[in-house]
Design a protein around this ligand. Sequence first.
Ligand SMILES: Cc1cc2nc3c(=O)[nH]c(=O)nc-3n(C[C@H](O)[C@H](O)[C@H](O)COP(=O)(O)O)c2cc1C
Length: 275
Amino acid sequence: MASSSSSGAAPWKSTFDSHLKKLGSSPEFYLATVSHEGSPRVRACIHRGFWTALPENSHNKLPKNPPVFDSDCPTFTTDARMSKVYDIFASGKGKGTLEQSRAGTGGGGPVEAVYWVKDISMQWRIKGQCWIIAADDVEHEGDGDMQNSGTVTVKAVLQRYMRKTGEDGDWSWKREVENHFGNLSPMMKGTFKNPPPGQPLKDGAGPGEALGQKAGELQEEDLARKNFRVAVLTPQEVEQVDLSDPAHNQRWRWTLTGDGKDEGIAEWEMVETWP
Ligand SMILES: Cc1cc2nc3c(=O)[nH]c(=O)nc-3n(C[C@H](O)[C@H](O)[C@H](O)COP(=O)(O)O)c2cc1C
């Protein structure tokens, strides 16, 4: 059976979102990337909501973006010094270097994310590309001349996935990234001032770097701001597997068929497959 949808949220989004809510306030998933050597890498991450639609967090007192946009793009936060960020840059079309991956916004490498919702025996897999955003790069809202090429590319790609909700307001990329940081606990914020992840202990730590630190807001934390990134997945294929009834397992696959162009991303084709 095949069916397609051509407007509004992706047809799988509301079910996926309702299943994520069953995973509590910090839903875990596993993210696979391709390293610069072409080998697979996978690790646990935490889903931080959908791009442009951050969840409410009572500890976050920052001014919020108005709900001008919605999207089907899962996000997580990460540290520019981690291998996954280099993987995402190196395996993207632009074949980013290690230095570029540490410096700021870009990426676009292929990724797959898997979410296991044990209580209802449901697995979701999302295949697509991953984009990395640094707060300092997106400061110049809409001003092409002031932006590096990675930032121009990432904004152009993500804009196609950002659906207008019909609400008015002044929406800011930088405010969105700062609110991702604002939604983290003080201890988690402090991890962006850790010594370089994955480097040997014997190489020591840089100035201001130590384990177990807390941090305040991104604006006032230079070191954390240098390392903090928001990662956004742009889905191309989504698969839901329902294993709740062993005698009647079910599996559905949605594929993005239109690339949206000016109208945004909208066309999904669904096929129900044998599980
Ligand atoms: C439950 C759990 C959640 C995690 N969440 C994240 C996350 O959201 N972002 C992240 O970069 N790393 C997260 N990590 C750490 C990664 O799994 C990994 O150890 C680290 O990021 C280094 O990975 P890399 O060298 O492949 O980049 C999490 C680990 C665990 C166990």
